[in-house]
Ligand binder design. Structure first.
Ligand code: C5P
Length: 243
């Protein structure tokens, strides 16, 4: 099912975490056609509505719809069907919703024309071991990520969101060639913000990430197009090292 993305541009998703469609589309313009993938998360989706997906698709962009669905199976299946009408390419759901929810989502995607591919969020990259323990999970993040990844792939979900620290483990443990989407990317020396399990773009690619999600290091850069270029260069160098 999974095709490994080929070029550096196929592997970078810019997170459009903006409070309006105008600001998001202005930012896309500023990126000067350098990126192929953008992420619409809760902030932008709730501010701009589903028409933002159409606007981005009309500009030739692939859309990663990061709504992190987490509800009872029937509700999540319905949300997957509703999301299918807008042409988003990828949609996130929380693996911690459990195997029945994951299977219902996978079934809805498989039977709905135009459905996005589903990607299951394992443990948020903003969580460290202490925060995970606070939710009642006594294991370290990598153990919990592997547990949730197995649950999601067994339920027929196409890909996973994890941190760079877990990609090697998942590549070894999981069958096939799952799509591994990695947020928490920070250029060396840049602000970590609320993220905890972070890595540079080069490390994430070298460790087996299929695609990287990068928000603030690009959206808050003085020159966003230049920031994208630097990350694409890093991805390209890491790909060459791997060959
Ligand atoms: O600004 P920053 O690079 O931290 O943005 C990362 C983006 O990836 C955010 O939009 C966040 O919602 C998303 N994300 C994440 N961790 C996950 C899943 C998604 O940081 N596990």
């Amino acid at each position: 099912m999974h095709m490994t993305p080929q070029t550096p541009r196929d592997r970078l998703i810019v997170a459009l975490d903006f409070p309006s469609a105008d600001l998001a589309l202005r930012h896309v313009h500023e990126l000067q056609g350098q990126c192929l993938w953008v992420k619409v998360g809760l902030e932008l989706y709730l501010a701009a509505g589903s028409s933002i997906i159409t606007s981005l698709r009309e500009r030739g962009l692939n859309v990663f719809l990061d709504l992190k669905l987490h509800d009872i199976p029937n509700t999540v299946a319905g949300a997957v069907r509703s999301a299918s009408q807008y042409g988003a390419n990828l949609l996130t759901i929380h693996a911690s919703g459990g195997s029945a929810m994951l299977a219902a989502a996978a079934e809805a995607a498989a039977t709905t024309p135009g459905a996005p591919r589903l990607v299951a969020v394992t443990v948020l990259t903003s969580m460290d071991a202490a925060q995970l323990t606070g939710t009642g999970v006594p294991d370290d993040p990598s153990t919990q990520v592997l547990r949730l990844a197995r649950l999601a792939t067994a339920a027929g979900i196409d890909g996973l969101v994890c941190s760079s620290a877990e990609t090697r483990q998942l590549r070894t443990a999981l069958p096939g060639d799952p799509l591994l989407v990695v947020p928490g990317i920070r250029p060396a020396g840049s602000a970590e913000g609320d993220q905890r399990r972070i890595a540079t773009a080069a490390t994430a690619i070298a460790d087996g990430a299929s695609m990287l999600v990068v928000g603030r290091p690009i959206t808050q850069a003085a020159d966003p197009a230049k920031a994208v270029e630097a990350i694409l260069d890093e991805i390209a160098s890491a790909c060459q090292l791997k060959v």
